[in-house]
Design a protein around this ligand. Structure first.
Ligand code: ZN
Length: 167
């Protein structure tokens, strides 16, 4: 029997979060409606890709008058569940002017339905993409020569003809 995805409906909170020291950070997507909070473990590359996808979609979809506001603070009295993200899908529903985010868990097979579906306003999506941008930028220190992030193990710099720069 096919699983039925958890449908969070319109969410009241959609945020990205980084924990830990630069270069060793872990990342989460927090999705909450009035009753539940999902904490999704996500890789930095996935987060970065999501940020780009949001920006591209926001640019494609014309904004109607007024963008709405972003609710702040978590709602009270919700359940929590955690999920490692495998794949993400992003769409836009013109009828409701809401963005649709679908989440497939790491272990979910290719052709199975998603594990979680939620909808978020344009303002919340903009807020999320800004957060992702800040999180990505606040990561590893940048190389003063080429601007690429320097890993804790050091950095092979294209501007220094491939010479290895220690961290
Ligand atoms: Zn460099």
């Amino acid at each position: 029997m096919a699983r039925v995805p958890r449908d969070f409906g319109p969410v009241v909170r959609l945020e990205a979060e980084a924990q830990g020291v630069p270069g060793r950070r872990t990342f989460r997507l927090l999705i909450a409606n009035e009753l539940e909070l999902a904490s999704l473990r996500i890789e930095k590359e996935q987060l970065q890709a999501l940020g780009l996808a949001i920006e591209q979609l926001l640019a494609q979809v014309e904004a109607p008058a007024g963008e709405g506001s972003v609710p702040s603070g978590p709602p009270a009295g919700f359940e929590t569940f955690a999920l490692p993200v495998g794949r993400l899908g992003l769409g836009y529903d013109e009828a409701s002017d809401l963005f649709v985010l679908v989440v497939y868990a790491e272990e979910t097979p290719e052709n199975d339905p998603p594990d979680l579906i939620c909808r978020a306003s344009r303002a919340m999506m903009k807020n999320l993409s800004r957060q992702i941008e800040e999180i990505i930028a606040a990561g590893r220190p940048r190389c003063p020569l080429c601007g690429a992030p320097i890993d804790p193990e050091g950095h092979v710099c294209v501007r220094a003809n491939g010479h290895f720069a220690p961290p």
